[in-house]
Design a protein around this ligand. Structure first.
Ligand code: ASP
Ligand code: MG
Length: 417
């Protein structure tokens, strides 16, 4: 059994009723990587505004700016204090949103940039992976009422203790979805450097299809198991608040992938939405501790445990690679006997249709057998079958399963409307 933990629903009510025609548009780091691209984003925002919408834009830091700031911190200090690190890395999004606001003004449209804190994004006090607890959107509403485009620095907020916090890597997606929920926006558009969500990573499977529609549950599983197009937490937030997401390319006008409530047509067209993978996973094998104690200590760390394998003997679980130090510290503190198995990657077959169609597991394992692959640990949820294989076998497994479930066919796209 594996479990996907859903985030608690934060308070995002505002004093104002939702306005029809509000659109939140989020642009990722590659979309604002240089001055020319920034001007293009500005043009796109102005076009959306002139088409009659109330437009709120969330931008990520330019290109690799966040990575550079993190590296800089580590050049200065071996262990930067989390509060100061947040103060530093939140700057990237302030830079990009101020620049986009300038470019919009040059196009003759009024715009204002706001930090997360000015935009009313209130978080808990966990530096580096803060959770939004409330959105006080009054200032955004005022600016929209004044006919401005509002730029909000993504990835950050202000804590209940008045410190600057960041929301975890990829957190601008979460900012955008939280604002869409708080403002009652019609949709939240996520502009990125790919055309949408694919049936598999196109770098591994060249004939992977762009999905027209994916359910929140499927997208949650996909984001949790290697699809990097959306931050996991943003999908949890969208699901909890019913925010319609549209993942699409910054560089074309084409429509991308819609993430919405599950709908019959998704299931009719294709039971499986995709095959995702991660190349490196940290899998821990633990003995000599109480299960409940272990998982509560990990939760407090906070380490978000992904897959838990129940056996009679040792406890097996996986956790994000970036939480390796925290995980080791927890295990040592509890006096556990443990080791980490490395060299494993994870492959997941995901699809809402599994709930009503038996035989998906059978086909998965038959395919692996025919490929001569032996899955090492298997974890399932009602809409997912995931397993671990040695790193070098991941690609073959992904390709083989993509073919076995006919995900290169037009039906796999689930096009409708
Ligand atoms: N700039 C931040 C990061 O690189 C947040 C984001 O891009 O969403 O993780
Ligand atoms: Mg991202």
């Amino acid at each position: 059994m594996s479990e996907t933990v859903y985030e608690a629903v934060p308070e995002v009510e505002s004093d104002e009723p939702p306005h029809v025609g509000t659109l939140v548009m989020k642009f990722g780091g590659t979309s604002v990587a240089d001055p020319e691209k920034i001007r293009r984003v500005a043009t796109r925002l102005v076009a959306a505004k002139r088409a009659g919408g109330r437009v709120v834009a969330v931008v990520s830091a330019m290109g690799q700016h966040t990575d550079e700031l993190v590296a800089l911190a580590h050049e200065v200090s071996p262990r930067p204090k989390p509060r100061e690190l947040d103060m530093l890395i939140s700057v990237g999004e302030r830079v990009s949103c101020a620049l986009v606001a300038m470019a919009i003004s040059d196009l003759g449209q009024d715009a204002i940039s706001l930090t997360g804190s000015q935009a009313g994004i209130v978080t808990d006090t966990v530096h580096g992976k803060a959770k939004i607890v409330e959105v006080r959107a009054a200032r955004i509403h005022d600016a929209l009422d004044e006919d401005r485009i509002v730029l909000v620095a993504g990835f950050q907020g202000v804590s209940t203790q008045y410190d600057i916090t960041t929301l975890g890597r990829g957190g601008s997606d979460t900012t955008a979805v939280a604002l869409a929920a708080a403002l009652g926006a019609d949709a939240c558009e996520i502009y990125t450097d790919v055309d949408g969500v694919f049936t598999a990573d196109p770098r591994i499977v060249p004939d992977a299809r762009k999905l027209h529609a994916v359910s929140y549950e499927e997208m949650l599983e996909m984001a949790a198991s290697g699809a990097r197009v959306l931050a996991l937490r943003s999908v949890e937030f969208a699901r909890n608040h019913g925010v319609k997401l549209h993942v699409r390319s910054t560089f074309t006008e084409e429509s991308g992938t819609w993430i919405t409530e599950e709908d019959e047509r998704m299931l009719e067209k294709a039971m499986i939405s995709g095959v995702t993978h991660t190349l490196e996973e940290a899998v821990y094998r633990v003995e000599g501790v109480d299960r409940a104690e272990l998982f509560s200590a990990l939760a407090d760390a906070p380490v978000s445990v992904d897959t838990i394998i129940q056996t009679d003997g040792p406890i097996l679980f996986s956790a994000p690679l970036e939480d390796r130090d925290e995980t080791a510290a927890v295990l040592d503190r509890l006096g556990a006997t443990w080791n980490e198995r490395d060299g494993l990657g994870k492959v997941s077959v995901i699809g809402a249709g599994m709930k009503s169609h038996p035989g998906i597991a059978a086909r998965t394992f038959a395919t692996l057998r025919d490929l001569g692959l032996e899955p090492q640990l298997v974890a399932t949820s009602p809409i997912k079958i995931a397993f671990y294989v040695p790193h070098d076998d991941v690609e073959r497994a992904v390709k083989g399963l993509h073919e076995a479930f006919e995900l290169s066919s037009a039906e796999a796209e689930r096009a409708h409307e």
